[in-house]
Design a protein around this ligand. Structure first.
Ligand SMILES: Nc1nc2[nH]cc(C(=O)O)c2c(=O)[nH]1
Ligand code: SF4
Ligand SMILES: [Mg+2]
Length: 228
């Protein structure tokens, strides 16, 4: 019996350089799924959930075939929220890992999805999670799945997008409250937090284990550009 075709709503698949995190600067294929369970005030991908519509629907095989048509050895699965589709999202990750084409597959997840089923099911060593923790300015802090902190591994990354002094204080408090093996990243909200101010706060508060995370793609291209 053949397995049923798994289909997912999609926004875009493209190749560029990774703009964020420890792999910033590497040529990377981006697979952006449609749909999100949050509505962050400062969201920069509002085209990835309603009232916008999915650009197309693709089967897992079609997504893998398009992704592997590019040369990059890094792949970023993003959205929207790429883990919104549970077993279907997991099947896509397994299929991408199963190609053997990628040194690194990282998943940009929003902090409002329990990671336990994914970490348990997907055992490929090159699959990593970059989890956001949504701070007060996002309006979505109460949705955070704090059980994920203890599950994240040293190859994973924990990203705080910081819009204000209040957000900075909250991020610092979260790191003190929830121990994690993941690498903490502090990223300035493009419109409201000058990077120099965020660096000043990091140094002033002695956060020697935290890495500044600039969005390279917003420096290289127009901050509003899509598909870069
Ligand atoms: N270049 C580039 N790097 C990125 N890293 C994370 C992105 C995202 O939208 O999740 C992104 C993106 O959209 N473009
Ligand atoms: S989780 Fe990401 S895609 Fe969803 S609303 Fe927040 S910033 Fe936008
Ligand atoms: Mg983006």
């Amino acid at each position: 019996m053949s397995s049923p075709v798994i289909k997912l709503p999609m926004v875009e698949i493209f190749e560029t350089v990774e703009g964020e995190g420890t792999r910033a600067g590497f040529p990377t294929v981006f697979v952006r799924l449609f749909g999100c369970n949050l509505r962050c005030t400062w969201c920069d991908t509002k085209y990835s959930y309603p009232p916008a519509e999915a650009e197309f629907v693709m089967s897992v095989d079609e997504i893998v075939s398009k992704a592997t048509s590019f040369g990059a050895k890094h792949l970023c699965l993003t959205g929207g929220e790429p883990l919104l589709y549970g077993d279907k999202s997991a099947a896509l990750i397994e299929a991408l890992a199963g190609t053997g084409r990628y040194e690194d597959i990282h998943i940009e997840t929003n902090g409002a999805i329990e990671l336990e089923p994914f970490i348990r099911r997907i055992t490929s060593p090159n699959v990593r999670y970059i989890m956001d923790y949504k701070l007060p300015d996002s309006g979505e802090e109460d949705k955070m799945a704090t059980a994920n902190f203890a599950l994240l591994r040293k190859q994973d990354e924990l990203k705080f997008v910081i819009g204000s002094d209040r957000d900075f204080e909250a991020a610092k408090a979260v790191l003190e409250r929830y121990p994690t093996a993941a690498l903490p990243l502090f990223s300035p909200v493009w419109e409201t937090m000058p990077p120099a101010k965020l660096v000043g706060l990091m140094l002033e508060h002695g956060l020697s284990h935290v890495k500044l995370n600039m969005q390279l793609h917003k420096i290289i291209w127009d901050p509003a550009a899509r598909g870069v």
